[in-house]
Design a protein around this ligand. Structure first.
Ligand code: C5P
Length: 220
């Protein structure tokens, strides 16, 4: 049987760092589901579609060519055959991804792709609705959170280190608050802790410390 580990939480809570550590330790696949919503937003922007235009988005995702591949263990996102792994991290795509993620047709399509991957592989998946909706029977569910201040700081540092910083700290924090509200108030599978998920507030902890806690939970 395949192993399923769900890691959910708001932006910047450290989900991807955590998921990568856990996947590596267990020797299983890591799937960053946020990257898929980002790719949908990028396609909309490139096609001149408003990221809030529900009908146009629904039509667009019907036959979207979105593939997740792995190169030296790192996830790459292919959109219409093109590697868009870097391009999906810009501020415009980030805000767009939050907008397209409200759309039920977009969500259904992404969930279908995610469940197919989980059917064929053992995975650690990170997102917003993995424990509640995508993998309701996951073996372990973690809900990671931290204060908005700490989350914005972490994301700011991460982008700075990668040389991808394009906003001030305040702008980044505002964008994060905007996404938090979109994610938690949408009608279709909003951001929510699954009843059987373990809540982990990482404010004041390093993610390496938090990862140790998670690995212990998985082992037990
Ligand atoms: O995780 P990341 O910040 O890359 O996700 C980009 C956007 O995709 C989020 O702002 C969120 O609105 C959306 N998302 C989602 N459900 C998921 C993963 C991401 O709605 N499972």
């Amino acid at each position: 049987k395949h192993i399923q580990i769900a890691i959910d939480g708001p932006s910047g809570a450290g989900k991807s760092t955590m998921a990568k550590i856990v996947a590596k330790k267990l020797g299983i696949m890591y799937l960053d589901t946020g990257a898929m919503y980002r790719a949908v937003a990028l396609k909309a922007i490139k096609s001149g579609i408003d990221t809030k235009d529900g009908d146009a988005l629904a039509e667009m995702v019907k036959d979207i060519d979105l593939r997740i591949v792995y190169e030296n263990g790192a996830q790459k996102v292919l959109l219409d055959g093109e590697d868009v792994t870097e391009e999906i991290r810009t501020p415009a795509v980030t805000v767009g991804s939050s907008n397209v993620a409200v759309n039920p047709a977009v969500r259904e399509k992404m969930v279908e792709l995610q469940q197919k991957i989980a059917k064929e592989n053992s995975v650690v998946m990170d997102g917003r609705d993995i424990g509640t909706h995508v993998l309701p029977n996951a073996d372990v569910k973690i809900f990671l959170t931290a204060s908005i201040e700490e989350r914005a700081k972490r994301r700011y540092e991460e982008l700075r280190e990668k040389g991808m910083l394009k906003q001030t700290f305040e702008e980044l924090k505002k964008e994060m608050e905007y996404r938090d509200i979109n994610d938690s108030t949408r009608s279709h599978s909003p951001l929510k802790k699954a009843d059987d998920a373990i809540l982990l507030d990482t404010t004041g902890f390093s993610l390496e410390e938090a990862a140790k806690v998670v690995l212990n939970i998985i082992k037990s």
